[in-house]
Design a protein around this ligand. Structure first.
Ligand code: NAD
Length: 329
């Protein structure tokens, strides 16, 4: 694995869940890091996410929609891990234009800045499995039809393809990882806006029942955040990845009811109950999903290492200690 020691690196969304975990790993390798984050309160950014590394990184609180700021920030960087995003599927339906501005238009602006100011930069973009929509077959590989079921999926697809286009047409080295459900310390747990797993963690720690929507048989795969970070680093270091998209995925596939049972048995107590699907969620639900991630295994040598039970234990331990930084009591 390539070492990023001494490299000039920009992470957008650097105070968010995955960005801050990536930052911690890069700091441990001796990289020179700049983190950009808007810290919009409803989103996942949280200054506490980088509390232990705050003296070792430069932080710029600004919005990726601000092209002038991005022009300044992108100059001189060797790598861009482009993770800033509006991540709520429901919010993208309620406020589609904000999602469009952040997940598509701002991505195009960032790439334009790279083209004009820093065409030698290498970019890794955090895309999503959401853009496959309801799977036709499982596991879902990269050749599966693209059929987003919500505005967020469409805008993330545009963001992803701008990156590929700028790679293919202008030679700005860029690739995209289609992340599956990612979890771990520093994820956003304060409400149900992002993933269901975040709010489940909070409810469990608070001793309130987890609500599993529908029959609880929906299948999912999960990645512990350290595995996701490893994939981002591998993609950043590989020229074979340029112009490509890779699925990430978990090695275990689990139904949501079984997942909630597993969580309740991890030593923090709690309980779960089945509840009817809220209509606004049912309308954009994708049914069963799990990934075929054999392409990234073959080409970049990535495979998830942390099993679900161990990863959930680490996550619950983190929030049982640090809950005061993640939600108001
Ligand atoms: N966590 C997952 O399960 C998952 C799954 C698929 C894709 N992704 C993608 O990975 C990326 C990171 O997600 P995450 O889980 O860390 O979410 P997150 O919400 O914790 O992190 C995203 C960060 O981007 C910041 N941000 C949002 N809009 C911004 C703007 N306009 N300008 C600057 N910063 C802005 C937020 O403040 C936040 O800190 C996102 O692009 C997301 O779409 C995540």
């Amino acid at each position: 694995m390539k070492n990023y020691s001494g490299k000039e690196i920009l992470i957008t969304g650097g105070l968010g869940f995955i960005g801050s975990n990536l930052a911690r790993r890069l700091v441990s390798q001796g990289a020179n890091l700049t983190l950009v984050d808007s810290l919009i309160p409803q989103y996942g950014g949280n200054a506490f996410n980088i509390d232990d590394i705050k003296n070792k990184v430069a932080v710029n609180v600004c919005d990726v929609r601000d092209t002038f700021a991005m022009e300044h920030l992108i100059q001189g960087k060797e790598y861009l891990f482009n993770l800033a995003g509006q991540t709520s599927h429901l919010d993208s339906m309620a406020d589609p234009h904000t999602d469009l501005d952040i997940n598509a238009a701002a991505q195009l602006s960032i790439l334009e800045v790279c083209r004009k100011e820093n065409p030698d930069i290498k970019i890794v973009f955090a895309s999503t499995r959401q853009l496959y929509g309801r799977p036709d077959y499982l596991p879902v590989d990269e050749k599966h039809p693209i059929r987003p079921v919500d505005v967020n999926g469409i805008n993330k697809l545009a963001g992803e393809w701008y990156h590929l286009l700028y790679n293919n047409v202008y030679g700005i080295r860029a690739c995209a990882l289609r992340l599956t459900n990612t979890y771990g310390p520093r994820m956003r747990v304060k409400d149900a806006r992002q993933t269901f797993l975040g709010i489940w963690i909070r409810l469990l720690i608070e001793g309130r029942p987890i609500k599993v929507f529908g029959d609880g048989l929906q299948l999912r795969d999960f990645n512990y955040v350290d595995d996701c970070v490893e994939a981002l680093l591998l993609a950043g270091a590989s020229d074979q990845a340029n112009g490509k998209v890779y699925n990430l995925g978990g090695s275990e596939v689990i139904g949501l009811k079984d997942l909630s049972k597993m969580m309740v048995n991890l030593g923090h107590g709690g309980s779960f109950e089945l509840a009817p699907f809220p209509s606004e969620r049912k309308a954009i639900d994708i049914g069963d999903y799990f990934s075929d991630f054999s392409l990234i295994t073959k080409e970049l040598g990535w495979a998830p290492k942390i099993d679900l039970k161990d990863g959930l234990k680490l996550t619950l331990n983190y929030y049982s200690t640090h809950s005061s930084h993640y939600w108001d009591k």
